[in-house]
Design a protein around this ligand. Sequence first.
Ligand SMILES: [Zn+2]
Length: 346
Amino acid sequence: MIVDDLPLSRAEVDRAAERRADGLAPALADPASRVLLVDDGGVLTDASGALVLLAPDQADALAGGPVPSIDGRGRDDAAADGADVEAWLLLGRDDHGSAYLARRVLGRRDAPLAGAASDVLVHAGATAPAGRTASLPDGASWSSLRTVGAALTAHDAGLATAAVALDSWHARHPRCPRCGAATRVVQAGWVRACVADGSEHYPRTDPAVIMAVVDDEDRLLLGHARAWAAGRWSTLAGFVEPGESLENAVRREVREETGVVVGDVEYRGSQPWPFPASLMVAFVARARTTDVVVDGVEVEQAAWFTRDRLREAVASREVVPPGPASIARALVEDWLGERLPEHAAF
Ligand SMILES: [Zn+2]
């Protein structure tokens, strides 16, 4: 099944969760540790599209120097009392036991890459660590995980999805949801703890359902959202509501968005989609009715496609299907029984 081939669905890395309690200090002190840079859904990749992995000091220099935790302490102070610094995440370990880390660039990513690739690249507004220099491989650039995700190996995808998801969570959760006080990083980037009441807060993952709705004639229901560029069509999708099963979320979303009543719902796979915190849970859903009445709010148009009709519409660029990294694309291709042309993606 094509869903099983998606790198973001197969994404795997030894997360070494038992090492998180040791904090970041052992991994930061080990020159064999390898670090990817992450910022706002993007990761640093080389000319071949693979992740750029750096030594910890190199990553620090490129990212603009050490970053204090939100309560104002630097790496040494934070390590002294067991807290971890704001900008680092422990992602896992390689086959030899060395750590994989992510260094959050914290919105500075345009700066480190502003110079020539082989030069010292330090953000002008940041504190450059004395004597530290770093260089990037030729051709290194920031890539959105949305666009490079399909080309990464399952291992690189495992590192990148965890890094992008954690980076997004930290960026959005600086404060305690109970009392509003600052939180600081503990457990090597996997937990934030309130400095006032000590409560611990964990990264969120928000489940969303995404479904290939198929009728008795084996036609596929696709929709065009109001917010999308002209021509862009995809499978229906929506967030699971509190107190709701995945299957009922599928039925509710399809009915709300298109008026179509769905019966049987069959699980097909899942995909982390950390933009910022989704887990896409994919289904094939059997339609009991075929009349389409769009909600006009989220979905502007929806229509049933035969395989021939979809092939023609994609070939003529009348329909632009979802991108190759997405499970939406895999659901469409699974139904179609073949890959869509490479050029065809939004
Ligand atoms: Zn609190």
